[in-house]
Design a protein around this ligand. Structure first.
Ligand code: NAD
Ligand code: ZN
Ligand code: ZN
Length: 448
C-alpha cells in the first residue's frame, strides 16, 4: 500500500532556483492511476514561464507549490476503481494537460486548449507533475508507451515531439522538401529529427548557441547549420539555388528568426510558428501575399495525434532520447534546470530507476544513424535500438557481478527478456563499469 507514505518533489519558486518539499504519495481515486515516474524531461516553456519567473497569471499560470515537470513517462503501479483501458504495469506517457473532457476542444482531443477555467489543469503547472517519484494521473490523459521505446523516448513525446509532430502534420513534410528550422533547442532538434524521418530531402538549422549548432551537426540532424545573423535569408537562398525552402519552422520565438522563416520560404511555401511568446512584424505584401505563402501556428497536439506519433516513432525506428545530452537524478534537479536555462545542452532529463542505470550505455552511432535515416519502408533489417550495458548487481535477486550485455530489441524492457544475455564479467571489469556509470551520471556531455 503506497498511500500515506511521503515523497520529495521539486517545485519552482520563480527565481531561477529549485526547491524540494515533502508530499504525500497520492492514492488514486476513480479513473485515476498512480504512476511511478521514470523519466521527466525539461521543456523550454518551463524555463521561460516558470523557472525564471512565473509568467502566466490566474488559472493559466503555474500555481506556486505545484510539483513541476510536464513531460513525464512512467509505469502504472496502482489503479483506482473504474479504470477502462490501462492497468497496473503498463508503461505510459502523460498527455500533459488534463482537460474537462466535455468542452469542444477536449472532444477534439486538444485538452491543451480546454475552455473550462475550473477543470483544465496542466501537469506541472496547475496540478502536480513529473519532478517527483510518483504522479497521480487521470486515465484519459495516458498514452501507452510501447516496449521498444524507453521511458525517456516517451517523456520526449509528452510535449516536445508531440508539439513538433502536430506542426509538421499541419504544414505537411515529404521528400520534396527542404526544411529550415530556426532555434535548435530540444524542440528545433526534434523538428529536424522528425522531418528526416518523414523524408525531407534537405535540412537547414540556425541557432545562436554554438553548442547547439555543434550538437545538430554531431548528431547529423541537419545537412547545413548556420549561426544566427543578419545574412541568414541570403545564406539560405544560396543553399537552395535562390529559391528558398518549401517548409520552414520557427522553434526559437525570436523575432528576427521568425522573419527569416518567412523570407527564406519558397513561393507557395508553408511556415510554422512553434516558438512561444515575443513578437513578429512583417510586410504582408512582399513577405507573404505576393509569394502565396501561408503561416501556421501550432499549439501542442491532440491526444490521438500523440498516440499516432508514438506508433510512427516506433515504425520509423527513431529514438527521441537521442536528443538527451544530460541525465540527472531528482535530487540534482537544480543543476538540471540551470543547465537547461543556460542552453549549453540538448534535452535535459531528470530520471529514476532503470533510466538512471543507463550508465555504461554507449550508443552505437552507426546503428542509430541507420535508424535515423531509415525512413518509412527502409527499416534496418535488425530491429535493435542500442546496446545496453547495465549493472545488475544492485537488484534484489540478482547476484553481484552479473552484467547484462546485449542488443535491446522490441519487447525487451531491459528486464532480462528477449534478446538479453547475461554475461559474467570479472570483478575488474565490473569496477570499471561502475566507474563509467558514475561518470555518466554526472553532467558531462553525452551523445545518447
Ligand atoms: N507551440 C507549442 O505548443 C510549444 C510547445 C513546447 C515548447 N514551445 C516553445 O518552443 C520554443 C522552443 O522550445 P525549446 O525547449 O527548444 O526551447 P529553447 O529555449 O531551449 O530553444 C530555443 C532556441 O532558439 C535559439 N534562438 C534564439 N534566438 C535565435 C535566432 N535569432 N535565430 C535562431 N535561433 C535562435 C536559442 O539559442 C535556443 O537554442 C520555446 O519558445 C518554447 O516555449 C512551444
Ligand atoms: Zn512543453
Ligand atoms: Zn475541456
Amino acid at each position: 500500500m503506497v498511500g500515506k507514505r511521503k515523497m520529495r518533489g521539486a517545485i519552482l519558486p520563480g527565481n531561477s532556483s529549485v526547491e524540494f518539499r515533502d508530499f504525500d504519495i497520492p492514492v488514486p481515486g476513480h479513473g485515476e492511476a498512480l504512476i511511478k515516474t521514470k523519466s521527466s524531461t525539461i521543456c523550454g516553456s518551463d524555463i521561460r514561464a516558470i523557472y525564471h519567473e512565473h509568467l502566466g497569471k490566474g488559472p493559466e499560470g503555474y500555481q506556486p507549490g505545484m510539483i513541476a515537470g510536464h513531460e513525464p513517462a512512467g509505469q502504472i503501479v496502482e489503479c483506482g476503481p473504474g479504470m477502462r483501458r490501462f492497468k497496473k504495469g503498463d508503461r505510459v506517457i502523460l498527455y500533459h494537460i488534463s482537460g474537462c473532457g466535455v468542452c469542444n476542444d477536449c472532444r477534439r482531443g486538444y485538452m491543451i486548449s480546454c475552455t473550462s477555467a475550473e477543470f483544465r489543469r496542466a501537469y506541472g503547472w496547475q496540478r502536480h507533475g513529473g519532478m517527483a517519484p510518483y504522479i497521480l494521473a487521470e486515465e484519459k490523459d495516458l498514452v501507452l508507451l510501447p516496449d521498444s521505446l524507453t521511458y525517456t523516448d516517451g517523456a520526449q513525446a509528452a510535449c516536445g515531439f508531440g508539439t513538433v509532430y502536430e506542426g509538421l502534420e499541419k504544414i505537411g513534410v515529404c521528400g520534396n522538401d527542404t526544411v529550415l528550422v530556426t532555434g535548435l533547442g530540444p524542440v528545433g532538434l526534434a523538428t529536424l529529427m522528425l522531418c528526416r524521418a518523414m523524408g525531407a530531402s534537405r535540412l537547414i538549422g540556425i541557432d545562436v548557441i554554438k553548442e547547439r549548432l555543434q550538437l545538430a551537426r554531431k548528431l547529423k540532424l541537419a545537412d547545413h547549420v548556420l549561426p544566427a545573423g543578419p545574412d541568414n535569408v541570403k545564406e539560405v537562398l544560396e543553399l537552395t539555388g535562390g529559391r528558398g525552402c518549401e517548409r520552414t519552422v520557427d522553434c526559437s520565438a525570436n523575432e528576427a528568426a521568425r522573419l527569416v522563416c518567412i523570407q527564406a520560404a519558397r513561393k507557395w511555401g508553408r511556415i510554422c510558428f512553434i516558438g512561444e511568446g515575443g513578437a513578429c512584424s512583417l510586410k504582408p505584401s512582399p513577405d507573404i501575399i505576393h509569394d502565396q505563402k501561408t503561416i501556421y501556428g501550432s499549439w501542442v497536439t491532440s491526444i490521438w495525434k500523440m498516440e499516432e506519433l508514438v506508433e510512427r516513432i516506433e515504425r520509423w525506428g527513431i529514438h527521441p532520447e537521442r536528443l538527451v545530452t544530460h541525465r540527472f537524478p531528482l535530487e540534482r534537479a537544480g543543476e538540471a534546470y540551470a543547465l537547461m536555462a543556460s542552453g549549453k545542452c540538448g534535452k535535459v532529463a531528470v530520471v529514476f530507476d532503470e533510466e538512471l542505470k543507463q550508465g555504461g550505455v554507449q550508443s552505437d552511432d552507426r546503428e542509430r544513424e541507420s535508424n535515423l535515416h531509415a525512413g518509412p519502408g527502409r527499416r534496418p533489417a535488425v530491429k535493435r535500438s542500442f546496446l545496453r550495458l547495465e549493472f545488475r548487481g544492485a537488484d534484489p535477486g540478482r547476484r553481484p557481478g552479473h552484467v547484462r550485455v546485449g542488443p535491446r530489441v522490441r519487447g525487451d524492457r531491459g528486464g532480462g527478456g528477449l534478446g538479453g544475455r547475461i554475461a559474467r564479467l570479472s570483478a575488474h571489469r565490473l569496477r570499471v563499469g561502475l566507474r563509467q556509470r558514475e561518470g555518466n551520471r554526472t553532467d558531462s556531455p553525452r551523445d545518447t
